[in-house]
Design a protein around this ligand. Sequence first.
Ligand SMILES: O=P(O)(O)OC[C@H]1O[C@H](O[C@H]2O[C@H](CO)[C@@H](O)[C@H](O)[C@H]2O)[C@H](O)[C@@H](O)[C@@H]1O
Length: 261
Amino acid sequence: MTAARDILPPPPADLVTPGTALFLDADGTLLAFADDPDGVFVPPGMLDTLDTLHRVLGGAMALVSGRAIAGLDRIFDRTAWAAAGQHGLERRDGEGHTTTIPVDTEELARLRYVVHDIASALPGVRVEDKSWSVALHCREHPEREDELDRIAPAIAARFPAFELQPGSYVYEFKPKGMDKGVAVAGFLDTPPFRGRTPVYLGDDLTDEHAFAVVNERGGASVRVGTRTPSHATFTLPSPAAVHAWLDSVNATLTQGAARAR
Ligand SMILES: O=P(O)(O)OC[C@H]1O[C@H](O[C@H]2O[C@H](CO)[C@@H](O)[C@H](O)[C@H]2O)[C@H](O)[C@@H](O)[C@@H]1O
């Protein structure tokens, strides 16, 4: 059920335990937004923080993103981490094996043509062409949002194998049947995630699919930012707050391990 309240509590540092499966969205959660999708950067210290978590959780940590896995690898430079790319169309498991969902490539080619053609008549709208999906961005020109609100569903309606996934100043066209919730459920069926309690951090509408799955499995969902309504059970205000919280999680896990010795 979608939480009716706008005010959610912050997650406690002991929400993550050695038995957690940790899922992290990238843009807007680990990474502050930039006008250009290629302009994002990993803040200083974050890779150390995530490397520690990955180790302490026995590899049960995954990035779950709308970006392609190749793009995540360029940004984070960690091919050993599990990852779901393009909303789960690609999934790299804890052992480094990557699987992809079959896509109607002929329809994708036609969709690409139409999206580029329409964007060429909309100055300020940026096309991001990923391997299995294509996105229209308007962060640099938010005044285009109302226009894209009308145009994007009309484009999607012409391509039955695809569906529209709106996000933060972005309208993505992705193959039907896959979303971040399905991706997280897939991870939870396989080692090292199987049998663990999921915790998911994300900021955008795309993450709501995963929040719902995680909540159903008795886990916890953390919304980054203030977007409402949300299925999330906790909130943090920003990527900087996520980083600080992950550091406090590491400190708590390390203290717990020291006490157990
Ligand atoms: O699932 P995510 O990891 O959050 O990825 C969602 C989309 O993120 C990127 O777009 C967003 O971030 C850009 C860079 O900050 C920003 O310019 C854009 O406005 C945001 O929507 C990425 O470019 C997309 O491919 C992802 O699907």
